[in-house]
Design a protein around this ligand. Structure first.
Ligand code: DCP
Length: 140
């Protein structure tokens, strides 16, 4: 039998997380504090905590091969805090984040067609200027 946690992990979507966080706030009577501005400030605070993890480390290899397991767990927590506040901010602003992000990804693809000789980042910003076929840490 699949546990409740297992089911959640398997099918996690932005909508699932949106509902979960809306319930979380409602159950605690915290909706009164979750104004757009407050959620934005909370989000920025969590981005700061995320940045602290990388602060003073120098460049870090994809996949974080030299990091301890607990450092990776901590990173996952801070990334999640950013995502969960972003989802809540979108929700109280009445923005469907999944739809908006998909639309933006399509606009990005039109703006930066494949093969166009125009790079949004300098070569020094993309890992030594080498051409990599995959951006994903699991495939590099
Ligand atoms: N009013 C609140 C308070 C918390 N959270 C949720 C969103 C984040 O995922 C997490 C943030 O909790 P904390 O403010 O306790 O922040 P941290 O988990 O980062 O703890 P700390 O700052 O002690 O490291 O809880 C929320 O949705 N609304």
């Amino acid at each position: 039998m699949v546990s409740e946690v297992g089911e959640e992990e398997e099918g996690v979507t932005l909508e699932f997380l949106r509902k979960k966080m809306a319930d979380f706030a409602k159950e605690r009577d915290w909706c009164q504090y979750h104004s757009p501005r407050n959620l934005l400030l909370a989000l920025v605070g969590e981005v700061g905590e995320l940045s602290e993890i990388f602060q003073w480390k120098g460049e870090v290899a994809k996949g974080l091969p030299d990091w301890k397991e607990e450092e990776k767990v901590h990173l996952g927590e801070e990334l999640s805090d950013v995502l969960l506040y972003l989802i809540q901010l979108s929700d109280v602003c009445g923005i469907n984040l999944g739809q908006a992000a998909l639309r933006k990804a399509r606009l990005n693809a039109v703006k930066y067609p494949v093969g166009l000789d125009k790079e949004p980042l300098s070569k020094s910003n993309v890992g030594g200027g080498g051409h990599e076929s995959d951006c994903n840490a699991h495939h590099s």
